[in-house]
Design a binder for this molecule. Sequence first.
Ligand code: SF4
Length: 344
Amino acid sequence: MGKIDILSLTADKLSEFVQSIGEPKFRSTQIFDWLHNKRVKSFDEMTNLSKALRVKLDEAAFIPSISVMKRQKSSDGTVKFLYAFADGNCIETVAMFYKHGMSVCVSSQVGCRMGCRFCASTQNGLVRNLSASEILLEVYETERQIGERADSLVLMGIGEPLDNYCNVCDFYDIITDSRGYALSRRSVSLSTCGLCDRIDELAELKLPLTLSISLHAATDEKRSEIMPINKRYSIERLMDSCKKYFAETGRRISFEYAVISGVNDSQQDADEIYGLLKGMTAHVNLIPVNPAANRNFTATREQAQSFCDKLTAKGINATIRRTLGNDISAACGQLRRDTVSEKQ
Ligand code: SF4
């Protein structure tokens, strides 16, 4: 049997593991502290455990690591990291700075299999899921690099988080554990292209997690063209899941909409969005599409503003998201894609 990735274990799972190797339960509290507060890189550093226990842990488990391959800083202060894991696979993490503090955007998979046509992350498909520990290491290493604690997190980097559901749930459990990083449970947002069965499962957990839906078009015809997932879950099905999520959690849903000039920014598109969202507690986040993945898709900030005006005129709560890091391969997946193709 292979060694256990100990950093991926939630406090409950760590307690079970510790007991399974014949140790008393309270040892797991000490080990959790070493891993998630002191952030040690080896069992040998866990100096309040006996030498025999440290050897036993080393035989049964391992502590994964992460390394920085590239670091880019934008003129607006945004910092983007290309991180590599032990198997050589790399992902991106972005640190963004707001008045309220640092927000870290983490990746959840190496690549993505969802095939959205405007996205650079999906161009070479899915390589593998990230473990809970690898997502945690993105946060821990970014804090170490920047010298500042993350105030909020967004699961909006490379990958579809709900396609890696169990690991993402364990990550959320660990990062919000009051005995560890203790991030506020309300300070995490998860962005999904709309895996409805998983949204329904998540709703039943009644977590205070903000759900952000990548909508990008308001009719099935248009959405299926740019987001293949829409062929599996129609917009009507997606809206049912959103309503269920709101009913179970009371959390306002956020809809992401990449404005693509001439594709999804007409008055009719605004009318369709109104038809979908009326009566819902929702917010629409607009962003001019980044042409990195598809040169035919473009939009200026003015075009995004004009579409925003069309929505707000109908009473829809819409804003244009501040675009950060425009000068540093800012589109999700772009830095990794460029690095992977440099190597080939
Ligand atoms: S937008 Fe998100 S879900 Fe769609 S391909 Fe990119 S990473 Fe995957």
